[in-house]
Design a protein around this ligand. Structure first.
Ligand code: FES
Length: 188
């Protein structure tokens, strides 16, 4: 993800995008007592916001900064550091392709090329029909099944380029769809 310069005086309401719902704010506030500082709630807050909106809009980043009493630039620093966070709307299903060593050695590059050819998109882009977005991440902890990928939260193992059409045509290829923010609820 490349750095983008944002001139706050030139941003239109449209560019700010959606804001946090009352329920999202409440859920974020629910984390305050579980962390030593409000700032420490930033990652769960971003996951919660992204689950609500579909990405981390400028308005959501600004509202999170207000909630956590930190500078908006600190929020944007974190959003642009982690590839998992999106600063623009993404497709209904996100393909997360591993780009680490085991998957690369086992043919991950050819799988990536097959997906890019099939969908006509590259990293952090969305297909014209809004169905799929593509992103690369480091090791998905499935090295023994390399090369592997996730579609939303469902893992596809030992994927070959010739499997790509079949996988993408399967309407249930994201059936195990667990919002990442719920992983933060585990210790509750
Ligand atoms: S290197 Fe791809 S899952 Fe570990």
């Amino acid at each position: 993800m490349s750095w983008k310069v944002v001139d706050r005086n030139q941003v239109s309401p449209d560019q700010l995008g959606p804001g946090l719902s009352a329920a999202t704010r409440e859920k974020i506030r629910g984390f305050f007592s579980r962390y030593p500082t409000k700032q420490a709630c930033l990652l769960p807050a971003l996951h919660i916001a992204q689950d609500q909106i579909g990405y981390c809009s400028l308005r959501a980043m600004r509202e999170i900064a207000e909630l956590l009493e930190i500078a908006p630039s600190q929020v944007m620093d974190v959003v642009t550091f982690y590839t998992h966070f999106w600063t623009h709307p993404k497709g209904r299903k996100v393909i997360v392709l591993c780009r680490s060593i085991s998957c690369e050695l086992m043919g991950g590059k050819a799988v990536r090329e097959a997906i890019e050819r099939r969908l006509g998109i590259e990293d952090h882009e969305t297909s014209a029909d809004g169905e799929y977005s593509l992103m690369m991440e480091e090791c998905l902890a499935g090295c023994d099944h390399a090369p592997c990928l996730l579609i939303n939260e469902k893992m596809h193992k030992c994927v070959r380029p010739e499997d790509v059409d079949r996988i993408l045509a399967d309407a249930n290829n994201d059936r195990l769809d667990i919002p990442r923010s719920t992983t933060y609820d585990a210790g509750k």
